[in-house]
Design a protein around this ligand. Structure first.
Ligand code: PMP
Length: 295
């Protein structure tokens, strides 16, 4: 019989069916926690150190003390991969404030809970990758620079979920969210790129987009192909009239967008720059120098 997936919780391993946290955990009660989504390709955990660094920055911002050093966290991820004999995986790293009482005061939580899940994920089918996906611009705005700033990868994903619900009930694949002042920000779990007249654009991370690790990789890949990415406020007008549009994200990787609120983007299929970037992305994710090896 195949062994059940083993989940890391606070240094111990539990089979998936028994991997549980307390109902008094403030991650559940208040969304008080941080997380990362990471991918491993052919035994290389892609940009693992960068993801761990972002996790610790999110945690530091909310004064959440993680009971492991960054290096110990990297090792715990690798060990969980090994334990599950996984080479290709979607890894979810979660740190919650831990077990407290029913009040929201984090001082009642004596120790953070650390969870590592090495599973798989599928957002879009193969056709989406070649044909592109349909999107709608949601009425749900990204969080402003405030307690639940969009910069912190916290367990508060309600506005992403609200936007995703809008996409679902409208029968499109994904939602695009705006910044509080109405510029294009990002998807519900992806950054967005626009190509117009041979130039690559992406919105700034200061106004509504998460500082995406995939997006940083794509900026480098674009540079190698001779495109310098311009970080700028983008309007819906620019979005509707783009030559190419695509999302980037750990789970999504690179996904072309072929429609926004009923407006077809260019000829309605993945554009040439997007395709080139997808090919380069495939290569870089298999490059051992771009991550941490499982063994
Ligand atoms: N924006 C949001 C809101 C996200 O949740 C994610 C996924 N972590 C991204 C962008 C893409 O970031 P990354 O490329 O680091 O996965």
């Amino acid at each position: 019989m195949e062994q059940e997936l083993q989940i890391y919780i606070d240094g111990k391993y539990y089979p998936k069916s028994q991997a549980k946290v307390s109902v008094y955990d403030h991650g559940l009660l208040y969304g008080d926690g941080v997380f990362e989504g990471i991918r491993a390709y052919s035994g290389i955990v892609f940009k693992l150190k960068e993801h761990v660094a972002r996790l610790y920055e999110s945690a530091h911002t909310m004064l959440l003390e993680i009971p492991l050093t960054r290096e110990q966290m990297v090792q715990a991820v690798i060990e969980t991969m090994r334990k599950n004999k996984m080479k290709d995986s979607y890894i979810r790293l979660v740190v919650t404030r831990g077990i407290g009482d029913l009040g929201l005061d984090p001082r009642k939580c004596s120790k953070a809970t650390v969870i590592i899940i090495t599973d798989t994920i599928k957002l879009h089918d193969g056709v989406a990758k070649t044909k592109g996906i349909t999107t709608l611009v949601s009425w749900v705005r990204r969080n402003p620079i405030d307690g639940a700033s969009h910069e912190v990868k916290s367990l508060n994903y309600l506005n992403s979920i609200m936007a995703k619900i809008e996409a679902n009930i409208s029968g499109v694949d994904e939602a695009i969210c705006l910044t509080p002042t109405g510029y294009v920000a990002e998807g519900v779990g992806e950054n967005i790129f626009l190509i117009k007249d041979g130039q690559v654009f992406t919105p700034p991370t200061s106004t509504g987009a998460l500082s995406g690790i995939t997006s940083k990789v794509v900026v480098k890949l674009a540079e190698n192909l001779g495109y310098k990415t311009i970080v700028a406020n983008l309007t819906l007008f620019q979005l509707f009239n783009a030559d190419e549009l695509f999302f980037t994200g750990t789970a999504a990787e690179i996904v072309p967008i072929r429609e926004v609120n009923g407006r077809q983007i260019a000829d309605g299929s993945a554009g040439p720059v997007t395709k080139k970037l997808m090919t380069e992305f495939q290569k870089v994710t298999r490059d051992p120098t771009q991550g941490v090896a499982v063994d």
